[in-house]
Design a protein around this ligand. Structure first.
Ligand code: ATP
Length: 421
């Protein structure tokens, strides 16, 4: 065994170690969570900033790592073949192939990749300072290779748009939230809150408003005493006012304004003119997104709006609380009555109000009913049944058996929902 033999063996070992370094780095840098790295970089970590720069041009990074990896693998195999040929003649090729395949797979692929995949962020942070100069030096070569690959792909009809991940930022966050919840790292409540926040831009106020059929309004032409009693009995602070025609809202009566007016006239109800103390109504189109409505509420410092359709007809009420409830779930204050509308039965079924929104139902019962065709659960049943079903009818869809318990005119008011096993 000459000195040059041992030098070659040492070189092969060194090349295999380099190969392991490239393979591990490739796995770590592609698997590292962009969000975590971004956050670390924001917190001032210089290494995280390096990783962030590296993964921002992923194609260039992967190109350089693959180039380095293949270069050292092929060099190591060629050296091994030449050494073994001197000992075993032509059989050396076979021995070199077996020995190098096993060595490369075990030491330069599986081992470093398994290590890297278990701690992708830590691994990336450690190797980034070494990888960076390497990527810069090889940049011209990787650019040529990339160009060549793009041309070849185009020739066989594949479009290689690397900037396209197929998911929007919001969808990516939503996916991460769902994943964290499934893996047990995030409780349902936090998942719902983040999901609700992300949904705001896709929700229209018409989907979260209190429908006009459930709206408490007052006729200002009715006797004032009657109106005062209604205000006192109502759980609401702001009540839309109309004059004879309930479809024409002329103002919004605030309970506190009424109290102030009563004090001003020393309790003499006959001197109170409800229309004059009502505030100007704020009308918003039903297609406004919950996100823009939230911004508008915050900007105007007003928390109550009347939702109108394209013909200007009032369809319902939306308040700041309705939007916040999309994020945090049902909010109850001291005047709220129980709006839940869901009662669990001993047989595992639920009795629900038909007017309950699908979103609230999904949230409360952890279901996944679609809410793009209808807003309320009754609406969904009518959509699925393609007719207004009679009392007692039963349907099975989306993994649930739904029975119509009560119907009033054309409205399905009470339903029984049973999960189908
Ligand atoms: P505040 O909390 O400022 O006293 P509030 O309790 O009367 O006001 P909000 O907290 O703004 O009302 O809203 C609570 C819920 O009641 C929301 O779902 C809202 O749409 C609904 N709501 C408010 N006013 C009426 C009304 N006049 N008729 C029907 N629903 C209303």
């Amino acid at each position: 065994m000459t000195l040059s033999f041992w030098l070659t063996i040492l070189t092969i070992a060194f090349l295999l170690a380099l190969s392991a370094f490239f393979s591990g780095s490739e796995t770590a840098l592609t698997a590292a969570s962009r969000a975590k790295i971004f956050q670390m970089a924001n917190n001032g970590s210089r290494r995280a900033l390096l990783v962030k720069t590296l993964i921002s041009s992923r194609e260039r990074l992967i190109g350089a790592l693959l180039l380095g990896n293949n270069l050292v693998n092929i060099l190591a195999s060629s050296l091994a073949t030449s050494v073994l040929i001197t000992f075993f003649g032509d059989n050396g090729i076979l021995f070199a192939t077996v020995v190098m395949t096993l060595s490369v797979v075990i030491f330069s692929e599986v081992l470093p990749k398994t290590w890297a995949i278990n701690r992708p962020e830590d691994f990336s942070l450690s190797v980034a300072p070494l990888i960076r100069p390497f990527v810069i030096i090889l940049a011209p070569l990787t650019a040529i290779i990339q160009k060549l690959v793009h041309v070849l792909l185009r020739l066989i009809g594949v479009r290689s748009d690397t900037s396209r991940s197929g998911l929007t930022g919001a969808e990516e966050v939503r996916g991460t939230v769902e994943l964290l919840h499934e893996e047990g790292e995030m409780i349902k409540r936090d998942r719902d809150m983040l999901g609700g926040l992300l949904d705001l831009s896709e929700l229209e106020v018409s989907e979260i408003m209190v429908h006009r059929t459930a709206m408490l309004t007052l006729d200002c032409s009715a006797p004032t005493q009657q109106a005062i009693n209604a205000v006192l009995e109502s759980p609401y602070t702001r009540i839309p006012l109309y004059n004879d025609n309930p479809d024409e809202i002329i103002g919004v009566l605030h309970a506190r304004d009424l109290l102030r007016a009563l004090i001003k006239v020393n309790g003499d109800i006959s001197k109170i003119d409800l229309a004059s103390i009502a505030r100007e109504p704020w009308f918003v189109p039903e297609t406004t997104s919950a996100q823009s409505q939230l911004n508008a509420f915050l900007r105007r410092k007003s928390h109550f709006a009347l939702v109108v359709d394209e013909y200007g007809e009032v369809q319902g009420i939306v308040t700041l609380e309705d939007i916040l409830e999309e994020i945090v779930g049902e909010i109850s204050d001291e005047h709220d009555t129980d709006l839940e509308g869901i009662t669990r039965q001993s047989d595992g079924s639920w009795i629900v109000e038909g007017s309950l929104s699908i979103r609230d139902l999904n949230r409360a019962l952890n279901l996944n009913l679609p809410d793009d065709e209808a807003t309320t659960i009754a609406g969904l049943v009518i959509h699925e049944a393609k007719t207004i079903p009679e009392q007692g009818r039963q349907f099975t869809f989306h993994g649930l058996r739904i029975k119509i318990l009560r119907k009033s005119l054309n409205r399905l008011t009470k339903l029984r929902i049973t999960p189908v096993k």
